[in-house]
Ligand binder design. Structure first.
Ligand code: SF4
Length: 712
């Protein structure tokens, strides 16, 4: 695409799952500036600090600009031939499950679609998983258990319409700042909106909360099963809704009643008075939205937490109506788009299921594919374990940095180093993962490629080109398609433009969709390049053509579950019977619980935000938050350098002694790597412990100890 200078291009922020619209302008001298898109329905012109600093992060310093093989510059043909032939040979010798793709919520939907198609339809394995497994897999699993589909019922507008917003394990003020701004603005207009924060830490989000419940780590299942039991005891159920639209209530209530209020208080670390006030407020407020993110998802009981929350909404009929609903907000910019294309090891495509023979048949016919995967593949943690034990012999990592971001990161790095063939496609030349690749493929970055992303409220928006592609970089979808062609699947990967990929993705979503699946953007199946260029943000379920699929604002005319029908065989939602449990992983050697997460102005492993001096001013170095009583016990003073260790490793960071931290717990940000601070990588401390249903790692509950630097 030719770049027009001094013209504003509508695009979408590449950071978090809020999915804000951005207007990017390239001046005649090449300077780029950004501002919030006033017409984008996610942000209406707002941007947070990260979004506002986007123009500071797009220089070419550190970019991978040419393909490399074993560290030497290579041509595209040589590199692509080597990738294709090695994957083909590995499959021929060891079978399709000997290869794997590890992809990313940073990919655009078109990239994700082509990668998933190649692996599931043409390689014939489901060994494609994503770093979104670390982000929202428990929500996906919880939705599927309750609704029969991975459907997020909520919209951002619901946050403004609710009378009570319960934020669970979600520091919106720092991690989804524009949503926080929308809530704050709504409360300015309607001061009667009540906000409850459920979080072990008194995060910045607590500043807006009427009630902060400093819950014990992983106490959420007990809190919400306790709420269900309390609603039953206090005649606060919507019996008519339960009878008409759900099944399994009796078993769920029985299981939830395993703890009395005193038991819930013990399991959550909250007082009976705090519980009573929260439960009464919930019972008395019909328009309630419960927002949750990583504090719920990143847990060994993550899926049960999600279903414990959903159970309470089903029991009160608070779903499918404005200002109500459970609402999972995603971390990554395109975690939702990855779910739509089935870019996870246990999903197929267009919200179809691998285990369902009819779905497999449908996808196989649509793709004219030789071998659609018949069983789920390896989820992220399992995938790197399979790399370590030699089952995976060829691995392609796209747009992510697992050496720094996966749990038990040292073991992941050792596995990648030992893997016979590793391909990494990335925008950067020297991340901790890229340096172990046998083949490095330069990918186009934000602003250099066209495509779509889907945000947390199911809104599909365009990312658009406004920068020239540097060096020999290419969009990911094109790189993957070229490999597919060289593996002998030319006809299936003959797309020439991202618009063609999107049109095929849309057509598959509508293909023989008889209403039994939620994801359907089939109205866009025939979209051409011109309409794709002009595509306005729209939510799915996509409006049918008669309703104005291309209408500005593109909002759906229907609300999920408004009619009380779900995507199960009998169209009823499922209560899930969950027994409250308390997990204790601490020991005398590791008596504290380490919680990992984000700070306001950095993103993931800082490969982009680390370039902005302005963003680094907010918090300049890694730290560990510790309660004053725990610090005093160890003789630790504020700003001391301390050693944080777990069974798996140790890091050196500065202590931040603060009563905002819960006693017995620690918090440390995940962003800093060896590249930015020579103190060790935080994810070398975390364990590969996962939720048994979703496979999501428990990154917020690591048994740890902290001691002064000198104390070893
Ligand atoms: Fe970008 Fe998220 Fe900030 Fe919006 S809230 S500008 S999507 S980082």
């Amino acid at each position: 695409m030719e770049i027009e200078e001094a013209r504003e291009v509508r695009t979408t922020c590449p950071y978090c799952g809020v999915g804000c619209g951005v207007l990017a302008k390239v001046a005649a001298d090449g300077q780029v500036s950004v501002r919030g898109d006033p017409d984008h329905p996610a942000n209406f012109g707002r941007l947070c600090s990260k979004g506002s600093a986007l123009a500071e992060t797009i220089d070419l310093d550190g970019r991978l600009l040419h393909p490399e093989i074993h560290g030497r510059r290579a041509g595209w043909n040589e590199a692509l031939d080597l990738v294709a032939s090695t994957f083909s040979q590995t499959i021929a010798e060891h079978g399709p499950d000997a290869v794997a793709f590890y992809v990313s919520g940073q990919l655009l939907t078109e990239d994700y679609y082509v990668a998933n198609k190649l692996m599931k339809g043409f390689v014939g394995s489901a060994n494609i998983d994503t770093n979104s497994r670390l982000c929202m897999a428990s929500s996906v699993a919880g939705h599927r258990r309750a609704f029969g589909s991975d459907t997020v019922p909520g919209t951002y507008e619901d946050l403004e319409l609710a009378d009570l917003i319960v934020l669970v394990g979600s520091n919106l003020a720092w991690c989804h700042p524009v949503l926080y701004q929308r809530i704050a603005a709504a409360r300015e207009k309607r001061p009667e909106i009540k906000i409850v924060l459920v979080d072990p830490r008194r995060t910045m989000t607590a500043d807006i909360a009427d009630m902060h419940l400093a819950i014990a780590p992983d106490g959420d299942v007990a809190l919400f099963t306790g709420l269900l039991a309390w609603l039953g005891q206090h005649n606060a159920l919507n019996r008519a809704y339960i009878t008409a639209h759900t099944t399994g209530f009796g078993q769920a209530l029985f299981a939830a009643s395993a703890l009395d209020l005193a038991g819930v208080a013990a399991a959550t670390g909250l007082s009976e008075d705090e519980l009573g006030r929260f439960y009464s407020l919930f019972a008395a407020t019909p328009k309630t939205v419960t927002v949750y993110s990583q504090g719920v998802n990143q847990s060994s009981s993550g899926t049960d937490k999600v279903n414990a929350i959903i159970n309470c909404h089903l029991a009160t009929g608070r779903i499918g109506r404005p200002g109500t609903g459970p609402f999972s907000v995603t971390g990554q910019p395109n975690a939702m788009g990855g779910r739509e294309v089935g870019g996870m090891a246990n999903m197929l495509a267009a919200h179809m299921e691998i285990e369902n023979p009819e779905h497999r048949d449908r996808v196989q016919r649509f793709w004219n594919a030789p071998a659609v995967a018949r069983k789920p593949g390896l989820k992220a943690v399992e995938m790197f374990q399979a790399v370590a034990d030699g089952r995976i012999k060829a691995l392609w990592i796209m747009a992510t940095n697992p050496v720094d971001s996966m749990p038990d990161a040292d073991a992941v790095e050792a596995a990648i180093k030992a893997c016979p063939f590793v391909v990494v496609s990335d925008v950067l030349a020297r991340t901790d993962t890229v340096r172990h690749a046998h083949v490095r493929l330069p990918a186009a970055a934000w602003g250099e490629k066209d495509g779509t992303v889907t945000n947390s409220e199911r809104r599909i928006s365009r990312q658009r080109v406004f920068l020239a592609v540097p060096g020999e970089a290419r969009p990911d979808w094109r790189i993957i398609a070229e490999v597919g062609k060289r593996m002998g699947f030319g006809a299936a990967f003959a797309h020439e433009t991202p618009a063609e990929v999107f049109a095929e993705h849309a057509a598959l979503s509508g293909f023989e969709n008889d209403g039994a699946r939620d994801f359907d953007i089939g109205a866009y199946a025939g979209i051409d390049g011109e309409d794709y260029d002009a595509l306005v943000p729209f939510q799915w379920p996509a409006p049918k053509p008669a309703e104005g699929a291309q209408a500005a604002g593109g909002s759906s005319s229907s609300r999920f579950f408004a009619d009380g029908n779900f995507y199960t065989s009998d169209r009823k939602a499922r209560f899930i019977a969950i027994r409250p449990t308390t997990e204790i992983r601490t020991s005398p050697d590791f008596p504290l619980i380490l919680n990992t997460g984000r700070v306001r102005d950095h993103w993931h492993t800082m490969t982009r935000t680390g370039k902005s001096p302005r963003l680094s001013q907010h918090i300049a170095e890694p730290f560990v938050e510790i309660h004053p009583a725990d610090a005093a016990r160890q003789g630790i003073g504020d700003a001391d350098i301390v050693r944080v260790s777990s069974l798996r490793g140790e890091v050196l960071v500065r202590a931040l002694v603060t009563p905002r931290q819960r006693q017995g717990s620690l918090f440390a940000p995940m962003h800093w790597t060896d590249q930015f601070a020579a103190t060790g990588r935080l994810d070398t401390l975390t364990a590969p412990l996962t939720d048994p249903v979703s496979g999501q790692p428990a990154l917020k509950h690591v048994a740890a100890r902290v001691e002064t630097f000198a104390a070893k």
